[in-house]
Design a protein around this ligand. Structure first.
Ligand SMILES: [Zn+2]
Ligand SMILES: [Zn+2]
Length: 214
């Protein structure tokens, strides 16, 4: 079956995100998604806990701060530490049974891999709804994906509930974590989506500021 999954979502377990476990499922369903991947910054405890506590399809993951940019590990059974080289981070993700995604490789204001993408990645995030400038980022990432011939995925990089689902990956798999991850590894997936509107991004920044000073 074709599953609609946002493969890049942050929860309150990320220092810079507002999404509670309840909001995660609420907005994902509201957006018509079949599942989400939780990819908090350098921690996996929240993702594993939420995945266990809900019936909704949650792929546990982590967004790792490697020395040369952010890398998503999906379905890893242990935490891969930050500040390792790209190659070592990829080794650790694969040893932990997961797949590695080069997220937002070409964008400003995020830790991007740029020249460090290689065919050792299992997939590349062609569409990231939070990337800036959005069209430039999609165009250049698409070029790299065709050159390397690796699977293409998409995610919203949501840090605020209403941002969930602005991008999603269609995955041809049964509705369970192992099947989804295998399908992505085989390239049985395609990226879809658009940019998060600027007004929504400003609202998120205001809410984050409010949280910081309250
Ligand atoms: Zn990132
Ligand atoms: Zn992210």
């Amino acid at each position: 079956m074709m599953l609609k999954i946002d493969l890049h979502v942050h929860t309150i377990y990320s220092y810079d995100a507002l999404i509670t476990p309840k909001e995660l499922v609420f907005y994902a369903k509201k957006r018509g998604l079949d599942g989400v991947a939780i990819t908090d910054h350098d921690r996996i405890d929240g993702a594993l806990k939420i995945a266990k506590e809900t019936d909704f399809l949650v792929v546990p993951g982590v967004e790792i701060s490697s020395l040369n940019g952010h890398i998503i590990g999906l379905n890893v059974d242990e935490l891969v530490p930050p500040k390792l080289s790209v190659d070592e981070t990829l080794d650790r993700i694969h040893e932990a049974g997961g797949i590695a995604i080069a997220c937002h490789p070409i964008t400003f204001f995020k830790e991007s891999l740029k020249g460090h993408i290689s065919p050792r990645f299992d997939a590349i995030e062609v569409i990231n709804s939070s990337a800036f400038p959005f069209n430039y980022s999609v165009r250049h990432t698409e070029k790299i994906a065709s050159r390397l011939g690796i699977a293409r995925v998409a995610g919203s990089d949501a840090h605020y509930g209403p941002e969930i689902g602005y991008a999603y990956t269609l995955v041809n798999a049964e509705s369970e974590v192992g099947g989804v991850v295998d399908a992505i590894r085989k390239g049985l997936c395609s990226p879809h989506g658009k940019a998060i509107p600027l007004t929504m991004r400003f609202k998120k920044e205001l809410l984050l500021l409010k949280r910081k000073f309250s």
